[in-house]
Each structure stands twice: as structure tokens, then as C-alpha cells.
Design a protein around this ligand. Structure first.
Ligand code: FEO
Length: 409
């Protein structure tokens, strides 16, 4: 991997994690990989903004790219720690052993994490406050802005004043490995659409819970004249930095509803009886012309489910009763949606039961605080009758109409 020269004094150092089966944060599938970006800014002094994970050859790749710029790890004067999550800071321990003179700049809240994750001596750490700056010489002034809870409490963004470039770490990031083309203006329409999709899934998986803080951060950063957004995951936005800001604004707004005029249908079935509901539900929803995404639990990936559910205004849960409760993988999926604050949705539940049921009561109890507008459920004992299937189609259609109305269509 080669470093990318962004300007005379700014370089991007980038690694991709593309290992099959790798789970980002130990949790999220990234079938298209994920990049981790660091940035070198050179004045009379040099500063590296964020680092990388201490995984496989990532640290040596970053070191080699740094050397391509004519700088070595040992020569760095400053490391700016925007965020302490180990995908950006895991390398700090190894780095601090190699460079015994550089200073580490971070927010006050990052200090205990820096101490406990990296063992860096605290006399080498400088706390920066909101709006404070660091002058690297030759006009290269870095200014720091605290953007707490986007998505950890200690997070800050760094702004390079002369080049009007914002380094916001996780904020405005996306999944997706980044190869030759690093900048938005180098992408084909198809590739741009790819990163937009990857940004939504990244947002839903990583940032969604903290959407009110995303909105606060965007409002705060609005005061800056930003020509380039250089996040620590995904591509660099220099042709149209407003595009990714607007994507994030839109994603954050989905928490309050309505989101997009779409429905996300999750289903799980033990012996194919609840499964029989799906076709008529789909017919009913599609008769209203709405986009529909369909996932099966436990087979389908949670990260993709979350992205589709976050973006949709309507949700359908189709699951049977299992031991007097909801089908366990659906109960888990619903719990995950609630943890990620997937709120303000129009919701329908359907499903089969064998003896006396129980899924319905379990569903209502568990989702009491979900912030969902839930329609009357459709349940059937054993296999759905033809009459049940007609009702399914009708309920699918009514839910779709409700979604359209909420979306102002
Ligand atoms: Fe990319 Fe929150 O770390």
C-alpha cells in the first residue's frame, strides 16, 4: 500500500482490513472490508493524526507508508489522538516504545483510556480543550473541537486551518476497503453509490445509538469553513464534503422518523408455517409500490439488518411462538434494534403458534419502550388458512399505506 499525498504538507496513510471472516469491533461483518486512515501533517514539526490497529501487518504497513513521505516513526513530534478506540490507537503502545520523545495530544476524557490502553507515561500527554490549537510551524495550525459521543465520550475532531481540512476520525466514515481511488472526485457513480451504502451500514452499526450527538457535532462544525473531510474510515471528500455531512444528517434524522418510505421485513420460521405468511405480506406491501428489504433470522447478518431497519419507516416481524415466547433469534434481533435505538417506526407482527401462544405477549412486553407504533398482530394456530393469508396481504397493504402517510406521500 502506498501513501497518498493530499497536498504539499498533508499525507494520508491507509490500511485495509479485508480478512475473510473478520468482524469489526468483534461484532460486525465487513464483507467489503474496511479502511483505517491516518494523516501526517508537516510544518516545521510533524504530527500524525490517529494511528491504526495493532493487527497483523497493519502497523508495519503504516510505518512503511510514513517512510515514503520521508518521515520515520522516531521523527514524529506529535500524535493527535482524536479517538481512543483501538482500531485507531492499538498501535500506540508499540509506537511509544519506538519514539520516546513525541507528545500525545488528546481530550481530557481520553486521558484514562490512553493510560490504561497504551501505558504511555502521562508526562508525555497534553490535554487540549475545545477550540485550542497546535502550531506546527510554516502556517500549519491544527485546531481541536470536542465532539463527544460520536461515538465515544472522548472523541474530538482536528481541523487544519490553512487547508480547511477536517479530520473527524469516525464521524463521516464508511465501511468498504479503499484501494487506488481515495477521493470522492475519483469515483465512478457506481463506486460512489457503493460508499454511500457502506456509509449507511457503518452509521447504523457504529454510530446510530448516538444520533443526537451526531446532530450536535454537525451543528458545531457548521461554523468551520470545510473544504475537505478526511475521516479515519472510507474515502476523503474534497469535491463535495457537504455530501457526506448531508448523508449523516439524514441518517441521524431517521431516529426521529419518518425515515425512508420503505419497509424492512424480518422473518424466522421453524417448520415453514410462519414462512407461508411472507409471500402475501410482500404482495400487500408491494401493491402500494414501496421498497422492501427482507431478512431471515438467524441466517442473515445483523449489521445488514440494522442498516435496512434504520433506513425504513415500517418494520414487519414474522415469527412463531417458541416455548411460550418469541422465536429466540427474532427476540435477539428485536433487542439489538432497540439497543441501537431504532425508533419511531410503524410496525406489524405476524406468526404461528402451536399450543397456547406466548410470542405476542412476549413481543408486546419487550417492545413496550421501543417507541414503535404497533398494529394489531395477526396470529394463527399451526398452519395459516386461506383466510389468514388473505388477511396477511391486506395487513401488508395497510402497513404500507400507514408508512406512506407518515412519510407524507
Ligand atoms: Fe473507528 Fe470508534 O473507532
Amino acid at each position: 500500500m502506498n501513501c497518498t499525498k493530499m497536498s504539499k504538507r498533508v499525507f494520508q496513510l491507509k490500511v485495509n482490513i479485508e480478512e475473510q471472516g473478520y468482524l469489526f469491533e468483534g461484532l460486525w461483518a465487513v464483507p467489503n472490508g474496511v479502511s483505517i486512515n491516518s494523516y501526517l501533517v508537516r510544518g516545521e514539526k510533524s504530527a500524525l493524526i490517529d494511528m491504526t490497529q495493532d493487527l497483523h501487518s497493519l502497523t508495519s504497513s503504516l510505518e512503511q507508508q510514513l517512510e515514503q513521505t520521508g518521515t520515520t516513526l522516531e521523527e514524529l513530534d506529535y500524535v493527535i489522538v482524536n479517538h481512543m478506540e483501538p482500531d485507531h490507537s492499538g498501535m500506540l503502545r508499540e509506537f511509544a516504545a519506538k519514539n520516546r520523545r513525541c507528545r500525545f495530544l488528546c481530550s481530557q476524557k481520553a486521558v484514562p483510556l490512553l493510560e490504561h490502553f497504551s501505558s504511555i507515561p502521562m508526562d508525555r500527554v497534553d490535554v487540549v480543550g475545545d477550540g485550542e490549537s497546535l502550531d506546527l510551524g510554516k502556517g500549519m495550525i491544527l485546531r481541536f473541537y470536542l465532539i463527544p459521543n460520536v461515538h465515544w465520550p472522548e472523541t474530538m475532531a482536528t481541523y487544519l486551518e490553512p487547508e480547511k481540512t477536517l479530520f473527524p476520525c469516525d464521524a463521516f466514515g464508511s465501511y468498504g476497503a479503499v484501494e487506488e481511488y481515495v477521493f470522492d472526485d475519483q469515483l465512478s457513480d457506481e463506486r460512489a453509490a457503493f460508499y454511500e451504502k457502506e456509509a449507511l451500514r457503518y452509521y447504523a452499526n457504529i454510530v446510530a445509538t448516538f444520533s443526537p450527538f451526531v446532530e450536535k457535532a454537525i451543528a458545531k462544525l457548521k461554523a468551520l469553513d470545510i473544504e475537505v473531510i478526511a475521516p479515519s474510515h472510507g474515502i476523503v471528500w474534497r469535491r463535495n464534503p457537504a455530501a457526506i455531512i448531508n448523508h449523516y444528517k439524514r441518517y441521524a434524522s431517521y431516529a426521529k422518523g419518518p425515515a425512508e418510505p420503505e419497509i424492512c421485513l424480518l422473518w424466522g420460521s421453524m417448520y415453514g408455517n410462519t414462512e407461508k405468511s411472507i409471500a402475501p405480506l410482500v404482495r400487500g406491501i408491494k401493491s402500494e409500490g414501496l421498497e422492501l428489504s427482507i431478512f431471515r433470522v438467524p441466517q442473515d447478518d445483523l449489521g445488514h439488518i440494522l442498516a435496512a431497519a434504520w433506513k425504513a419507516t415500517g418494520l414487519v416481524f414474522a415469527m412463531p411462538t417458541y416455548e411460550y415466547k418469541m422465536f429466540p433469534p427474532m427476540a435477539q434481533a428485536i433487542e439489538d434494534l432497540m439497543v441501537k435505538k431504532v425508533r419511531n417506526k410503524k410496525v406489524l407482527r405476524v406468526g404461528s403458534y402451536g399450543w397456547v401462544g406466548g410470542a405476542e405477549k412476549d413481543f408486546r412486553t419487550r417492545t413496550a419502550k421501543a417507541g414503535w407504533d404497533i398494529r394489531e398482530s395477526l396470529e394463527f394456530q399451526g398452519c395459516p388458512t386461506d383466510d389468514d393469508l388473505l388477511k396477511m396481504e391486506e395487513e401488508g397493504r395497510k402497513l404500507a399505506q400507514q408508512v406512506k402517510e407518515f412519510c407524507g406521500q
